[in-house]
Design a protein around this ligand. Structure first.
Ligand code: G4P
Length: 528
């Protein structure tokens, strides 16, 4: 991505203040890729207007990324799309995941300052949105809601507000309100300024929407019943106190809501404006010592994703680092917090799909890709001057388990190396089972597609054909040595060691089975 987005000698605090780092959380098909393209389109247009000298055609960049996803059949790249909009640098972090989730998807949320929850107007809250929202809730990440696909039939706007409040407990505070039901989208009323903006898709729908501010009288005349209904709904909203409150939003208790249709760019500009105006910039980050690290202190960051072999022509490993404080400068010598060793950052890049640019400097909120950073692991901290350690990234409880093995004895060394690599990257969790021995590790995943990624990569990158034997467990809980002894007396329960951290995990076929076992052994330690 373009260097000039970053080039500035302004102070670190000012640079952090002009950054917005967020991710889109949504269910597959709600329109995340379309929204990404729509946001990129704004960047491209700015580029053409001269405010940002975009490098190449940004739609091309996004398409490359998607082509790569298609080629591998899954979303494998997790990087940040960076662009400048009205002097603000937007970092949009990808939350990979199509029909399924992996831990990667969740981990991206440890590196953002806010999230955009994208809902399909016809479907409302869907399962994967709820799962991702749960991570946002646990981390108190402020969430902006965008009701997408308002250009085609869907739920009633007020019913969607009720659904949000009832199912996830966030108070919806619409900032814009649609005139026209889903499928008859006329435009939106800005609830704070009361200005109505008529919106129409550009011919073909591929360009920015055509927007026109219109007086209430003209809108009433043009849209009759639609206008009246929207105004009645606005009165209802005012009565329920659904007004935007900065503190409530930042405390992740309320969510500003916007309406639009990403496919036609309707409402996308409004979303960008809300991100600029209301989404929080990077701020002081808690460290394990209990103090917060200010954004304008010396450089620090943490690794939130590792990806190997992204580029087939150069077999390499990239560690994605979210900058938390200070100014990052390519080539700077940083300390790897986990080993205390120096680490040189000569090969720092900005990576989005296959597009790579060398990056010279970065500021809090930005994401840098460190190439060939094989010493780095997920969650590791990097810093200069004073030592700092950010809390370990959460590990999500796996729900799918399978024994992986290879019948190709000549390939066993490669098999082992491959499993270690995938564990290090966090593609799957690797468990050791005393019963099965080292030759047959157990893979544990949050979503079953992680298995496909693992076996595909073992074959493509390590040349090992593997077999998977799925195990009949769905729930894992942490236990201890005493628990392991107790559980030996129970059938259909196994205790395994997670290689990554040595944790003992007790595996149960169902939650109710876990409860019944726990009920019989009051001293048994089981932590979800
Ligand atoms: P995802 O990344 O969240 O999985 O969703 P994606 O953007 O791929 O969108 C899923 C489908 O929904 C696509 O249609 C896309 O065009 C459509 N879509 C996205 N936003 C809107 C919107 O605002 N209005 C309408 N009407 N449709 C929208 P598709 O038929 O699967 O693909 P395509 O052939 O249209 O690209």
């Amino acid at each position: 991505m373009s260097q000039n987005v970053l080039a500035s000698s302004a102070g670190v605090a000012a640079q952090a203040g002009r950054r917005r780092t967020f991710a889109v959380i949504s269910h597959p098909d709600a329109g995340k890729s379309t929204m990404t393209e729509a946001l990129a389109l704004h960047a491209r247009v700015i580029g053409q207007a001269g405010a940002v000298h975009g490098k190449g055609d940004r739609r091309g960049v996004v398409s490359d990324w998607m082509a790569m996803e298609q080629e591998r059949g899954i979303s494998v790249t997790s990087a940040a799309l960076q662009f400048s909009y009205q002097d603000v640098v937007i970092n949009l972090l990808d939350t990979p995941g199509h029909a399924d989730f992996s831990e990667d998807t969740y981990r991206v949320l440890t590196a953002v300052d806010s999230a955009v929850m994208l809902l399909d107007a016809a479907k409302g809250l869907e399962p994967q949105t709820l799962k991702l929202f749960e991570v946002c809730r646990q981390r108190s990440i402020p969430v902006i809601t965008f009701i997408n696909k308002w250009d085609r039939p869907g739920h009633d706007a007020l019913a969607l507000m009720d659904e949000i409040e009832e199912r996830i407990g966030l108070k919806p505070t619409p900032l814009t309100w649609p005139v026209g039901i889903a499928g008859h989208f006329r435009g939106v009323i800005d609830r704070r300024t009361e200005v109505f903006t008529r919106m129409q898709r550009s011919p073909g729908g591929a360009d920015l929407a055509i927007e026109e501010e219109m007086s209430p009288e003209a809108a009433a005349e043009l849209y009759g019943a639609d206008w009246e209904t929207a105004n009645e709904e606005l009165q209802l909203l005012a009565m329920t106190g659904a007004d935007f409150d900065d503190k409530e939003f930042l405390a992740a208790r309320s969510t500003p809501v916007l309406f639009g249709a990403a496919v036609a760019n309707l409402g996308v500009r409004q979303l960008l404006n809300v991100l600029l105006e209301l989404a929080p910039p990077p701020s002081a980050r808690p460290t394990v010592s209990g103090t917060d690290k200010p954004v304008d202190s010396a450089f620090s960051g943490f690794v939130f994703k590792i990806q190997a072999n992204m580029n087939r022509t150069h077999r390499d490993q990239v560690a994605f680092v979210r900058v938390c404080s200070g100014r990052f400068e390519r080539g700077m010598l940083v300390t790897h917090g986990d080993t205390g060793r120096p680490f040189t950052t000569k090969y720092a890049q900005q990576i989005f799909g296959q597009g790579r640019d060398t990056i010279d400097e970065a500021f809090p909120g930005d994401v840098i890709g460190l190439v060939n950073a094989t010493a780095l692991g997920i969650g590791d901290t990097l810093y200069v001057s004073e030592p700092v350690k950010y809390p370990a990234l959460p590990s999500f409880p796996p729900e799918h388990f399978a024994v992986v093995s290879t019948s190709d004895t000549a390939a066993f060394k490669r098999f082992r190396r491959g499993i270690e690599q995938l564990d290090g990257e966090g593609v799957v969790q690797v468990l050791r089972s005393d019963q099965r021995g080292d030759q047959s590790p157990v893979l544990a995943a949050v979503g079953p597609m992680q298995f496909e990624v693992a076996t595909h990569r073992l074959e493509a990158e390590f040349g090992v054909k593997t077999q998977l034997n799925h195990l009949p467990y769905e729930v894992a809980a942490r236990t201890d040595e005493a628990g392991r002894e107790i559980l030996r007396t129970e059938s259909n329960v196994e205790v395994m060691t997670r290689v990554r951290d040595g944790a003992l995990l007790a595996l149960f076929p169902h939650r109710w089975r876990m409860r019944s076992v726990a009920g019989r052994h009051p001293d048994l330690r089981l932590d979800d």
